[in-house]
Design a protein around this ligand. Sequence first.
Ligand code: GLU
Length: 442
Amino acid sequence: MSTITRFAPSPTGLLHLGNIRTALINWLYARTNNGKFILRIDDTDLERSKEEFTSKIKYDLEWLGIDYDETFNQSSRFDVYKERFNQLVDLGRIYPCYETPEELDRKRKLQMAAGGKPVYDRSSLKLTEKQKTDFESEGRRPHWRFLMNSERVQWDDILKDKVDIDLLSLSDPVVYREDGVPLYTFSSVVDDIDFNITNVIRGDDHTSNTAVQIELINSLDQNKITFAHHALLTASSGDKLSKRDNVISIEGFRDKHIEPLAILSLLATIGTSNSIELKDNLQQIIDEFRIKTISTSPGRIEIDLLNSLNKKLIQKFDYSEIEDRLKKIDDRIDRNFWETTRGNLDIVEDIKGWGDIVFNSNPIEPADKEFIKIAIDLMPDEPWNDETWSNWTSKIKDKTGKKGKDLFLPLREAFTGMSHGPEMKKLIQLLGRDKILERVKI
Ligand code: GLU
């Protein structure tokens, strides 16, 4: 049986690094096993799901190079869920419940106050037909729960090894809401069965869902699914990641011009036994992927690390690879310009700032006009080359007696308006004599 994995986001917000890591792991697992990767959009909750987020999820995946072989929306399968629900009804595994959310909440609080676990007490199972009709005539609509039969569930988890869960500590899951909407726990199982998913790989926040879902799968099918639960990523503070946290959304990084390969390199190595490092391309990430290296303790996202991977990646870009992109930023940027400035860029788009410095006038009034005047008087004629700067500055040094920082910093500031940047021997060649003369106000 060939491997089939899936990534199943709910389109209720932007994908963040944690979500995409799950997608990446599933994708890598499929690709390294010659298998298939399915994108399932978990949009049974029509009120919270937004088409806008579905498009963004697809765009994020495409942008990162995570391709899928098939995609579908759960909202297109309501009929199928109903059929499977009826199958469970026939098996006597479904029962209607009439508690309101407030009543359920009260029960939970009482259970916890008594030192117990907030597990649904199955009181609706004991309702007589008369009580049910009374509820209905009060205008209550039932929600439907799946009756779990087993006391415990065990499985061999690829990442957590043997997992053994006490089902008595978990509530019978609600499979249909009172408004007729099937819930994730159930619809996910139906899809995993129908799409022949062989491996469900997801965050360990789903471990107890898995226990419940295995009960469901066993009642509908013979379970052929292998599960793997990876530790979740956390924010650098150790806090849980949230979809509302735009700081770590993929869209947010794209807007900040972080390169996809920097993100993928981070996500392929964070929370694993390997060190975090830049990868050359997606193929390298595929070749090196070993699911067992994924750690069961949470990886912390350090944005600085992502930024430094991005900076490293930029240094590797050959001009020919990004020529079109650079020309869009400023069509005067050529190979020499790129090679001179890239060491000073955190993101490729930072080069715009150097374009302004090199090509635009930006008059600068130096702090020490006397000194700069001497420097300008000594400025050599063109053509300039890599030796020009050291010849010129040694003349300035001889004449003024300044050296080191006192010599170089005022010159850099007067010619570029910046106290740091690319090597001056290169930068002055980009600027040229006329631009320096035009710029410096003395
Ligand atoms: N829609 C679910 C989620 O985003 C899918 C979980 C799963 O992989 O089964 O958490």
